[in-house]
Design a protein around this ligand. Structure first.
Ligand SMILES: Nc1nc2c(ncn2[C@@H]2O[C@H](COP(=O)(O)OP(=O)(O)OP(=O)(O)O)[C@@H](O)[C@H]2O)c(=O)[nH]1
Ligand SMILES: [Mg+2]
Length: 343
């Protein structure tokens, strides 16, 4: 029977394999996980043919992971150089910078693998292009064909979902001239529907409330003339499984709807990884990064974008509605991550 062993890095995971299964144990597969690496290993004498056969995709991922590990290891050798000894090469300096920005080590390793021997000249541009190529951006608010396009904003408590709904609504209705309606399914927090209604009143947009999932179709019916319906949801702790299941029941009422996860820049990397892990069960279609004005460390957000492979559409950068929101491009996100890079 193959078993899984996790570690901060490959060396630590291997030590655990050896301690449990002995020095002759063999590795079946590797994969990056939140905060490190996971090895699947089996004891000697195990029938290798009985072990699960990796698919082509898992092999490709594993080779990418191994390359990334080697890159991280090779680049970290520079850390042992004495002060005054050979200066760091550009890839080593970039690795240190990405680490200081809390970009996940595996993601950074994958980015730097093609740049490991790149010269200083033009390095920054190549690094920026690499970061940009690793994330996707797209506009999730394209109006529907005939039927309204429905887009939910979900996420942990207080990340700025309601404020962002108002900012997006203002952009679509006032700037792009679309017919926009607002729906809130957040009757959990006292005063939540009123918060959205105030924004609706200021912008002259209809706002409806659905208390239970089965109320959603009727609420949407009253907005059937809209081209875009933005749905505000209750903030949920990632630990609140019932809350997330309740949210899923709302979303299930509207097959084909967009579901955008709002992630705040001031969330610690480890907490953000947990949020991503729990909220991905809501069939997400995109991401919005909020509160980028409240941090200068964007690596965890960038890592989430790479890991989920979902398009990131907007950044929010302050409390002002509707001003403090920026549509995102991969290049803009790459520049944000490299904002303090002096390479
Ligand atoms: N600095 C900063 N504050 C923001 C941003 N977006 C929202 N806020 C503030 O964050 C606080 C919470 O915003 P809400 O929009 O109510 O957050 P929410 O996610 O809807 O909160 P719940 O519904 O309670 O989960 C408010 O004080 C907002 O003004 C942002 O981009 N930057
Ligand atoms: Mg809210």
């Amino acid at each position: 029977m193959a078993r899984q062993f996790q570690g901060r890095d490959a060396a630590q995971a291997l030590r655990r394999v050896k301690a449990e299964l002995g020095p002759e144990a063999f590795i079946v597969s590797t994969r990056p996980v939140t905060g490190g690496i996971e090895l699947t290993a089996a004891a000697p004498g195990e029938d290798r043919d009985a072990l699960p056969r990796p698919t082509l995709q898992t092999l490709v991922d594993e080779i990418g992971g191994l390359k990334s590990l080697i890159t991280t290891h090779v680049l970290s050798l520079g850390d042992e150089a004495e002060w005054g000894e050979a200066a760091l090469n550009p890839a080593q300096a970039a690795r240190n910078y990405l680490e200081s920005q809390e970009v996940d080590a595996d993601v950074a390793g994958r980015l730097l693998t093609p740049l490991i021997d790149a010269p200083a000249e033009g390095f920054r541009a190549r690094l920026e292009a690499g970061l940009a190529a690793a994330v996707k951006c797209a506009d999730p608010l394209r109006p529907g064909q005939g039927r309204p396009r429905i887009v939910y904003l979900v996420g942990p408590t207080g990340v700025g979902k309601t404020t962002t709904v108002a900012k997006l609504a203002a952009g679509s209705a006032l700037t792009d001239g679309r017919r926009v309606g607002l729906l809130t399914v957040d009757t959990y927090r006292v005063g939540a529907p009123e918060q959205l209604k105030v924004y609706g009143r200021i912008m002259g947009l209809p706002v409806v409330v659905a208390e239970r999932p089965e109320d959603v179709p009727a609420a949407l019916e009253t907005l059937h003339r809209c081209q875009l319906i933005l749905v505000d949801t209750a903030g949920r702790s990632p630990a609140d499984e019932h809350g997330l299941a309740a949210m899923r029941r709302f979303i299930d009422q509207t097959p084909g709807a967009g579901v955008l996860l709002c992630l705040a820049a001031n969330t610690r990397a480890r907490d953000l990884a947990v949020v991503v892990e729990r909220f991905r069960t809501l069939t997400l279609t995109g991401l919005i990064f909020t509160k980028i004005d409240e941090s200068d460390t964007y690596g965890p957000l960038f890592t989430a974008g790479c890991r989920l492979g979902l398009p990131v559409s907007h950044l929010t950068c302050g409390q002002r509605v509707p001003e403090d929101i920026i549509p995102l491009t991969p290049e803009r996100l790459a520049r944000l991550v490299l904002r303090r890079y002096r390479g």
